[in-house]
Design a protein around this ligand. Sequence first.
Ligand code: GDP
Ligand code: IMO
Ligand code: MG
Length: 425
Amino acid sequence: MKVDVILGLQWGDEGKGKIVDVLTPKYDAISRFQGGPNAGHTLEINDFKQVLHTIPSGIFHENKVNLIGNGVVLDPTVFQKEIDSLKKHNIDLRKNLYISKKTHLILPTHKLLDAASEAAKGDTKIGSTLKGIGPTYKDKIGRDGLRIGDIFKNFEEKYKARIDAHKELLEKFFGFEYKEMLSTIEKEWFEGIEILKSFTFVDSEHLVNELINEDKSVLAEGAQGTLLDIDFGSYPFVTSSNTICAGACTGLGIAPQKIGKVFGIFKAYCTRVGMGPFPTELHDEVGQKLRDAGNEYGSTTGRPRRCGWLDLVALKYSNMINGVTELFMMKGDVLDDFETIKICTGYEIDGEVTDKFPFELNDHVKPVYVELPGWQTDLTKLTNQDEFPEEFNNYINFIEEETGLPITIASVGPNRAQTIMLDSE
Ligand code: GDP
Ligand code: IMO
Ligand code: MG
């Protein structure tokens, strides 16, 4: 058996959580491989809605392994809140959830360092989620991080050494006032550590490979999106992990030849939260219409998401980097009320049109659009591909032709049920 991977092809929030939940019945195990509580994955099942930050989106199905892999960074405070928010659903989390001993811990001071770093950057800030992601991965790469497996070995000593170093940075480098904040967040953090200790910690690389060898099916759930990848995203306005398919190998301990299908998820348009370039962004009432229709407000921070048309230059780039084998198109219904819909097929850079994603998305990059007729039909009630209006079929066909990939799922609403499997010819 191979591991299938599902990942965002844009700037995150493509609807990964929803689709992982929909696909979970086909798999034995669901695993997160990177990112942390910067992620907000929304599931809508019947009449309830749940946002997950750290826990894999397979958790609502019985008898599945849900694994938090080594590539993830975990904040015990957020974890505890997430556990609490799931209590009403009576899920046996201690039976279904496993955490890698190699998962790095987000320390209370990592969050403060995130805030201090953003404040110091002023106008050039990243617009991070302030969850401590950058500083935690910095410590990991700098070989100073604390891992879940460290909790049981000289933890106090190791924790103090890191916290003292961070305090010095906060005080001497950033001149950041932290004392009052630290005592409050530290208390919650240690409560979270106690809850964390009641879970099963595993050598997740062994677990995943054993599952594969036993012919069990594994789905790897990406967080963020390819354009936020630390290497290939719109650097420096990116997150601090490899969000791409290769991240599933390093974030779970699986070999590249063990990767099976690569599902790439995209919205039928584009959004972005935080700072950084966005060639097809709409600053006008059309952008606002997308935001309203798509309820485009961050699942983690509540910030309004920036909105714009679908960008095929970026999408093709993401397909290339990830080796995408199938596409899932989300939120088609958000475009229900548009007479015409634009799609960016090229970038004009200093008078030349290209469909190659450039080194830098600066002000010289101007999107070149084609305009397609809108379907002006309510897609949210549809249950079958046969009911699709012609214009929606054309929209799908256009993207398939441009990318050379089949779209095998069209999502037409936030609910689990509003998911249409497509025949790929
Ligand atoms: P993720 O981070 O990729 O899991 O995506 P988010 O959960 O942050 O954002 C996606 C948002 O769109 C959530 O509020 C979902 O409930 C919602 N959503 C997902 N699919 C659809 C869809 O097909 N149509 C509509 N209207 N909303 C959707
Ligand atoms: P999901 O998994 C959308 C963005 C932040 C910021 C940049 C860096 O829900 O798709 P960070 O806190 O990671 O240092 O912030 O990345 N960002 C996301 N945007 N969806 C996410 O996750 C995101 N996680 C981080 O807004 O621009
Ligand atoms: Mg999200």
